[in-house]
Design a protein around this ligand. Structure first.
Ligand SMILES: N[C@@H](CCC(=O)N[C@@H](CS)C(=O)NCC(=O)O)C(=O)O
Length: 228
């Protein structure tokens, strides 16, 4: 069976916007592995029943089915040990996706969430709005109402990245590793759904994101997104 990655898409199947799916997509490219994009939308939970899971990414690799972006990275290192390592067997590397999930994504969603429904089909947009407005206890527009004023605070959150990028090209060092893909996925999510300019042009994180967009022949650059 061909390798497949189930990825979240909008009304346009080319608009792939999940931070977690981007982690997995970049991790596959790091390993030099091709995987067919299987477009998946929010209301298609039944299509993931085979994986006993309700979220993407889901990787199908021959007879293996792996759900969850961290599990996919660990699986790829275990199944393809002769290819460049993603995690270097370093348990502490999990800190980076954990930080991205709990700090970075939590801040980002409050800046961009109202930009997402217009990119979805009517059924998905209704599901997204209802589920997220219940989570936030307010309309999506109210969540992002003062977002311009919160941009400096968001940029300050990225300080740990600037510490590393002051002395090296990638979070992983001279070359990228899963730390880079974990953080990049979040910024790519924002770039793919929102016209909001998150990063200032002279920010080291902006330059790093440009290097990430250049990787693998522009894999993440050449997709429907906003200029950012
Ligand atoms: N911990 C999971 C999180 C995956 C996740 O939350 N995926 C979102 C897309 S960004 C999803 O499938 N959401 C389905 C829904 O909200 O119904 C991972 O790292 O893969």
């Amino acid at each position: 069976m061909a390798r497949q990655l189930y990825e979240l898409v909008g009304a346009d199947p080319a608009r792939r916007f999940s931070p977690f799916c981007w982690r997995a997509r970049m991790a596959l490219a790091h390993k030099g592995l091709e995987a067919e994009v299987v477009p998946w939308r929010f209301t298609e939970t039944d299509r993931l029943a085979f994986a006993r899971h309700d979220k993407v990414p889901v990787l199908v690799d021959g007879d293996r089915v792996v759900a969850d972006s961290w599990a996919i990275a660990a699986y790829l290192d275990q199944a393809y040990p002769d290819r460049p390592s993603l995690l270097h067997g370093a348990a502490a590397l999990r800190f980076v996706p954990a930080w991205a999930d709990t700090v970075l994504n939590a801040a980002l969603v409050r800046l961009i969430v109202s930009d997402i429904p217009p990119l979805l089909g009517p059924g998905e947009a209704a599901y997204f709005r209802t589920s997220r407005e219940a989570r936030f206890g307010m309309t999506l527009e109210a969540v992002t109402a003062d977002r311009e004023a919160r941009l400096p605070g968001f940029r300050a959150l990225l300080a740990p990245l600037r510490v590393l990028l002051g002395g090296q090209a990638f979070l992983g060092g001279a070359a990228p590793d899963y730390a880079d893909y974990a953080v990049f996925g979040s910024l790519q999510w924002a770039r793919c759904v929102s016209p909001l300019r998150l990063l200032e042009q002279d920010d080291a994180v902006h330059a790093w994101r440009a290097r990430m967009l250049d990787l693998f022949g522009g894999l993440a650059r050449d997709v429907p997104c906003f200029p950012g």
